[in-house]
Design a protein around this ligand. Structure first.
Ligand SMILES: [Zn+2]
Length: 404
């Protein structure tokens, strides 16, 4: 057999197979065909990855990539292929109304695999400055369920945002409607938690397999109380199988919250970025930076890789992804693990000095090789311009803070 690609001599960490060791990885016809200590035989391309880390391609289950249609959307390929990400999941930018366009204009043309949650609001996340569920008339659970079922290859669940900014005075009713849609479509809910809606009320409605995103947000109604103790409702939700997802974002990751939670053994299940126009230029940048923050917080390299590959795959019901098992799609990431002294910021302008950083070198997406440094980023100016409306979001947010 002639392989299309052999990655030679890297340290392969694949938590799906409890594998951590020096291996060669061979790819043919867009699939993983061999993982072994030494692979001989002809290959069209061989890459020497000795001294580097090789993992399954990263899966980022909270991103916003409906570029050109929403204030939040960044283009999927530049963001993913520069950073070892081979599957991006949009966290509810499309609605049941706009998911067809998401398929045609975003998912189909992309090199990276693009999946999505469908928002419970019929306007999706088109327009940042206005909360999408302040008016309950925007929600039609039956239409959402139908869209999830009809787009089974693309849609992995229903999204809802449960902060006061998004729901106004509607409390947890949007979440109740999202769960109703998810029950009809036999899928999961991803629920954004945020200030202004009591967390226990939100968690009480979530089922095993549903996802809390922004689990370490620190703007109010968060998982730790003012003394730094993880609240009982958060423990209770975790213990009955509600998934805790990082969803870093531009306002939803506070070092202190994560530090207190991890000290008490409250670990995230999934690491994700919530990448959008308002944070791709910092403080999020990309998935490897977010993963590096969790190395700093004390997770092992194996735990960080698991939380970014096999676990998110399972959480979205795609066991075929996030693994280097033979026959899997050839989604692979190659990193340098760089030692040094790096400043990394949360969303409250707090800095931590991080000693170890994952530096993406190659992204292999369904067998196609991309050298991360050679993938052009989206121009910063274009991103800022799209986020212009997002600035209004921040102002409204400040208003809400002042009112409290
Ligand atoms: Zn988001």
């Amino acid at each position: 057999m002639t392989y299309d690609l052999v990655l030679q001599g890297g340290r392969v960490i694949d938590p799906s197979q409890s594998l951590d060791g020096v291996r060669d990885v061979a790819v043919a016809d867009g699939k993983i065909v061999a993982v072994a200590e030494s692979i001989t035989g002809a290959a069209r391309q061989t890459i020497d990855v000795r001294g580097k880390l090789v993992t399954p391609g990263l899966i980022d289950i909270h991103t916003h990539v409906y570029a050109g249609v929403t204030t939040w959307g960044v283009k999927p390929d530049p963001a993913a292929l520069r950073s070892g990400v081979t599957t991006l999941v949009d966290a509810g930018s499309p609605s049941w109304v706009t998911v067809q366009g998401f398929r045609w204009y975003i998912a189909e043309p992309a090199n990276v695999r693009v999946l999505t949650f469908i928002h419970i609001s019929g306007i999706g996340l088109v327009y940042g400055p206005v909360g999408e569920m302040r008016d309950l008339d925007y929600a039609d659970p039956e239409k959402v369920a139908e869209a999830v079922r009809e787009n089974a290859d693309l849609a992995v669940g229903v999204k809802v945002r449960q902060g006061q900014f998004q729901v106004g005075n509607n409390g947890v009713e949007p979440l109740r409607l999202a769960v109703e849609a998810a029950v009809q479509a036999n899928t999961r809910v991803m629920c954004h938690i945020g200030r202004g809606v009591p967390l226990p009320d939100v968690l009480a409605l979530l089922r095993a397999g549903d996802i809390v995103t922004h689990c370490f947000q620190g703007r109010g109604d968060c998982i730790v109380d003012e003394t730094g103790r993880v609240v009982p409702a958060a423990w209770e939700a975790k213990q009955r199988g509600v998934i805790m997802d990082v969803g870093h974002g531009a306002g939803s990751f506070r070092w202190e919250v994560a530090e207190r939670a991890l000290e008490q053994g409250f670990l995230p299940d999934v690491i994700s970025t919530d990448l959008h126009t308002g944070n791709i230029l910092g403080p999020v940048y990309d998935m490897p930076t977010t993963m590096s923050k969790f190395l700093h917080l004390g997770l092992s390299l194996g735990q960080v890789v698991a939380a970014s590959t096999v676990i998110p795959a399972r959480v979205i019901g795609r066991d075929d992804l996030g693994t280097l098992r033979l026959g899997s799609p050839a989604d692979v990431a190659v990193f340098d693990v760089v030692e040094g002294d790096f400043e990394m910021f949360d969303t409250h302008r707090r800095c931590r000095r991080v000693r170890r950083k994952l530096q993406p070198i190659y992204t292999i997406a369904q067998g196609k090789v991309f050298r991360c440094a050679e993938v052009a980023p989206e121009p910063a100016e274009a991103i800022r311009k799209r986020f212009y409306l997002g600035k209004a979001v921040k102002e409204l947010d400040r208003e809400l803070t002042l009112k409290q």
